[in-house]
Design a protein around this ligand. Structure first.
Ligand code: PMP
Length: 440
């Protein structure tokens, strides 16, 4: 199996093909020029923009093709457990929406998003102490698009983004595609370390560089499975404020905590210095592709313009369906169903790790979907992956979550989708692979 980090076409070959192509493109024969723009695999190789250099096949994509086979226990993808959703209720909403309000639900809408949904998003966020008005909210095509919009609005090639070590792979891919340099900051069991953030920002300033923003997932971190403690929240904000760095708070898991109420969002502590992102993907259904951003006024204006350039408007149908679901169904009860389900799976994962893999270390998530595992010294989770898949278990190697090549000793396990029995079997298989690595 090809190693996940290996580009489809080796860089040197790519560069040589591009150089030849440019030379031929200057010649008089347009047909010859086109034939020589790339190579046999891709005739347009030399035509691509610089930013596509980072767009190589990701671990996750390579994995999904094998991990989806039924015999493989996939602890890789972070897919919500949708069999727990009230599908007949959602079906009824969709049907009524088309029959009664089809002319609106199937039409273009506002670039900022439907007001009726923005009003409800404001209510959803009160659980985290966020006081916003519907005017402050921009509805996006999942929070993934919000990440793209923030990057589009703030990042020029060579700009610095400061992000936790490790960080959500989908965000790293966005920052890379805008040719930003990601500088990682250490975390521990209490999340991002304010002191490490201070040192990083000071070192950047000494080198004449300033981070455009701090990217952070404060609750039930993907992939680290830790939560930024209440004590650290104001400290992180204070450091960012002092260095003049915007905070990008990516927060799709806030309502999926297993114990007690969510901690106050960073946005609730600093409305001027934080762009807060939320999503219905984990608390409801990712297939609707509805998320949101709450941003300071001027930033929000830019985000709306960037969104209009990108998609004109978010899904009218999806927004109205979610608005109807939130106002007519006990959605908080449904989130509780998800929480109980994921808590049981988290427990199964931690218990199985303690039983079968005592030589490893792992985080203790208080919510969300993920456990971050540190393998014994000398093991390499990226190199081990093909052997794990052969042993019918899949995970995401730690290297996916770093902008540099670190993370080799780590891997991410997702416990959200498989049943507790499958999780135990998956961890047992993983332990078998680790054992044979240790013996060779
Ligand atoms: N941020 C984080 C931390 C995530 O884990 C995910 C999904 N895996 C997203 C953003 C994107 O979610 P969506 O676009 O479905 O809202």
């Amino acid at each position: 199996m090809r190693q996940p980090h290996e580009p489809v076409i080796p860089r040197a070959a790519e560069a040589a093909a591009a150089a030849g192509a440019r030379a031929a493109a200057a010649s008089a024969d347009p047909g010859a020029a086109r034939a020589a723009v790339g190579n046999r695999l891709d005739p347009w190789l030399a035509a691509y923009a610089e930013r596509t250099r980072s767009m190589t096949t990701s671990e996750i994509r390579a994995l999904f093709s094998v991990a989806n086979r039924p015999e493989v226990v996939s602890l890789a993808g972070g897919m919500p457990y949708l069999p727990a959703l009230p599908l007949e209720v959602i079906g009824g909403i969709a049907q009524r929406l088309v029959a009664e309000r089809g002319a609106v639900a199937l039409q273009y809408g506002s670039g900022q998003g439907e007001e009726v949904l923005r009003e409800q998003i404001v209510q959803v966020m009160t659980a985290q102490g966020i006081h916003a008005s519907p005017e402050d909210v921009v509805v996006t095509t999942g929070s993934q698009q919000a990440l793209d919009l923030v990057a589009r609005v703030f990042l020029d090639p060579g700009d610095v983004v400061v992000a936790e070590a490790p960080s959500y792979v989908g965000a790293l891919n966005v920052f890379r595609s805008y040719q930003a340099d990601v500088v990682h900051v250490a975390m521990d069991a209490e999340g991002l370390q304010p002191q490490a953030l201070e040192e990083t920002l000071t070192a950047l300033a000494a080198a004449g560089r300033r981070a455009k923003f701090l990217y952070t997932v404060p609750n039930h971190h993907n992939p680290a499975g830790v939560t930024l403690s209440a004590a650290r929240r104001p400290q992180v904000l204070e450091v960012a404020r002092r260095h003049g760095v915007l905070v990008l708070e990516d927060d799709p898991y806030a309502l999926l905590g297993f114990d007690g109420d969510p901690l106050p969002a960073l946005r609730s502590l600093d409305a001027d210095g934080v762009v807060h992102l939320g999503s219905f993907s984990k608390t409801f259904a990712p297939g609707f592709r509805v998320g949101w951003a709450v941003a300071p006024h001027a930033v929000r204006e830019k985000l709306v313009m960037a969104a209009e350039a990108s998609v004109l408007c978010p899904t009218s149908f999806g927004q109205l369906a979610i608005a109807e679901y939130l106002s007519t169904y006990d959605w908080r009860g449904q989130v509780k169903v998800f929480r109980e389900l994921y808590r049981e799976r988290r427990d199964a994962t931690l218990q199985a790790l303690a039983t079968h893999l005592p030589e490893a270390r792992w985080t203790h998530p208080e919510g969300g979907f993920y456990v971050w595992v540190t393998l014994p010294e000398g093991l390499d989770a990226t190199a081990m992956l093909p052997r794990a898949v052969t042993a019918r278990v899949a995970y995401v190697p730690g290297t996916a979550f770093y902008a540099d090549d670190s993370g080799r000793r780590h891997l991410r396990l997702s416990y959200c989708f498989p049943t507790p029995e499958r999780i135990v079997e998956g961890v047992r298989r993983l332990a078998g692979v680790v054992q044979s690595e240790l013996e060779t």
